[in-house]
Design a binder for this molecule. Structure first.
Ligand SMILES: C[S@@+](CC[C@H](N)C(=O)[O-])C[C@H]1O[C@@H](n2cnc3c(N)ncnc32)[C@H](O)[C@@H]1O
Length: 277
């Protein structure tokens, strides 16, 4: 079992290392990537404050860590991809800050190795980092030991039912892709790219976070703003994207709409939890 986990971490590492150099161009720097991240930043700013010590899981190229560090938040950020971490460290070296984030290579599956460095005032994982992890219960259990009581955890994960995506791929005569998320709770590309994607529903995530973490609220992101694979179309209509981003922000917390989003942003509270301490 341990050997299996190590092998899957190793192949995920190779996949993300290969994706790292173009990640900012292909996602974070796209017009749709920017408005999506802006929507998450509203909540990062609301929840985490200057002087707090916050843990970031699967930090990628470090954009969110830098965003919070510029606001006086102390960040320990990690990712399993050494190349992602090298890019994040180069970013921190360029943007001179009195308290730059600390970036480390670490797989979420090995989160418990940080236990001596807690407790933290909060934690977050943005844009599907935890969709790459098999056992969310284990992550939640460890976070229960790493986080202070009443502290917050923000998780931005993949939505499961995305009408916009269904329409996009049906219009391209690709019904397999159109309904893939809805149909498959887990997709393994292990034999080709090494990537395995898990797509738990909000209810399943909430259940797996218990008993250490309690859901206090959630919203949808990317209900009318198209996903990044539609960037070539989106780029031609920047004003439309800005307008759609406003609509998205307004309808994101509404129950009917938040169930139709490309991403879901969940806010958890670390409850008074003593198991394992
Ligand atoms: C879609 S990217 C998101 C990156 C970043 N959070 C952002 O908002 O741009 C997913 C990230 O998860 C990382 N990742 C995937 N599996 C992981 C694992 N098991 N442990 C730690 N990081 C992982 C990848 O290396 C990648 O940087």
């Amino acid at each position: 079992m341990k050997a299996e986990i190590s092998a899957s971490i190793r192949s995920a590492e190779l996949y993300w290392d290969a994706a790292a150099d173009s990640y900012d161009k292909d996602f974070s720097g796209t017009s749709v990537g920017i408005v999506r991240r802006d929507a998450v930043w509203l909540d990062l700013q609301r929840v985490f404050h200057s002087g707090q010590r916050i843990l970031e899981l699967s930090c990628g190229t470090g954009i969110d860590a830098m965003f919070l560090a510029h606001r006086g938040v102390r960040i320990l950020a990690f990712d399993l991809s050494p190349r992602m971490i090298a890019i994040a460290q180069a970013r921190a070296a360029r943007e001179l800050l009195p308290n730059p984030p600390e970036f480390r290579v670490l797989a979420t599956e090995h989160l418990s190795t940080l236990e001596r460095e807690g407790p933290f005032d909060g934690a977050f994982a943005n844009f599907a980092g935890l969709n790459c992890v098999d056992d969310l219960s284990q992550v939640a259990d460890t976070l229960g030991r790493l986080l202070k009581p009443k502290s917050r955890l923000l998780l931005c994960m993949m939505g499961r039912f995305v009408p916009l995506e269904i329409l996009w791929f049906l219009a391209r005569r690709n019904p397999r892709k159109a309904f893939q998320r809805l149909r498959e709770s887990r997709t393994s590309y292990a034999s080709t790219t090494g990537l395995v994607i898990h797509r738990p529903t909000v209810r399943q995530i909430t259940r797996q976070m218990k008993p250490a973490l309690r859901l206090v609220g959630w919203k949808g992101i990317g209900i009318v703003v198209p996903p990044s694979y539609a960037e070539h179309v989106a780029r031609k209509f920047p004003h439309v994207i800005q307008h759609l981003a406003k609509v998205d922000r307004r309808i994101g917390p509404i129950p009917l709409f938040k169930n139709m989003a490309d991403c879901v942003l969940l806010e958890f509270e670390r409850v008074n939890y003593t198991r394992g301490i």
